[in-house]
Design a protein around this ligand. Structure first.
Ligand SMILES: [Ca+2]
Ligand SMILES: [Ca+2]
Ligand SMILES: [Ca+2]
Length: 220
């Protein structure tokens, strides 16, 4: 389900003939897990009908059953980071994509997330990133949650990180980010604090937010 694969399909498909759309409609109705109507998805995302059909074809090639479970998601995702251990980060991402929390990523979940990451406003992307970091989904990011994500990112990067990282590097970075974000110093970061910080012209926060979004985009 790599983004590269999907984007490649999108580009390639622009050269295809119109007859394919009839074929896609037939395919859409034949799968085990039927996605929401295209019109509904068109309204909920920033993709048009044709793009949704192309995305669906790519999704279905990777996941013929129409849904992705966590193990499959991890397998697919790990292929992009062979030098490291991407399983923990893939777990967090899986939860961020599985918006209806039914334990699988459906085509609807996938395109809703992709729409935000590729075409969403800054605010939407930041909301998405906040949700990724808020591991237990209670509306607050704690230092421990931030550290868990940061460690997962470093694990994923593996030996390719240069200069080589010391064991306490993730913790040091989290201390800096957290200090910047937790404006009222109550030990948790709210969505307002998160967005506030990321929208401020702050080198650290910009770096932080870009990193989250960049990794999220690379990962789909
Ligand atoms: Ca789901
Ligand atoms: Ca939380
Ligand atoms: Ca706070």
């Amino acid at each position: 389900m790599g983004a590269l694969m999907v984007i490649f399909s999108l580009q390639k498909d622009q050269r295809r003939k119109r007859t394919d759309s009839v074929e896609d409609e037939l395919e859409l109705s034949a799968v085990r897990h039927r996605p929401e109507g295209l019109e509904q998805l068109e309204a909920l995302t920033r993709f048009n009908r044709k793009e949704l059909q192309i995305l669906y074809r790519g999704f279905k090639n990777e996941c013929p059953s129409g849904v992705v479970n966590e193990d499959t998601f991890k397998d697919i995702y790990s292929q992009f980071f062979p030098q490291g251990d991407a399983s923990t980060y893939a777990h967090f991402l899986f939860n961020a994509f599985d918006t209806d929390k039914d334990g699988s990523v459906s085509f609807e979940d996938f395109v809703m997330g992709l729409s935000i990451l590729l075409r969403g406003s800054v605010q939407e992307k930041l909301n998405w990133a906040f949700n990724l970091y808020d591991i237990n989904k209670d509306g607050y990011i704690t230092k421990e949650e931030m550290l868990d994500i940061m460690k997962a990112i470093y694990d994923m990067m593996g030996k390719c990180t240069y200069p080589l990282l010391k064991d306490d590097t993730p913790r040091q970075h989290v201390e800096i980010f957290f200090q910047k974000m937790d404006k009222n110093k109550d030990g948790v970061v709210t969505i307002d604090e998160f967005i506030d910080c990321c929208q401020n012209v702050s080198y650290f926060c910009l770096l932080f937010c870009n990193r989250i979004i960049c990794f999220a985009q690379c990962s789909i």
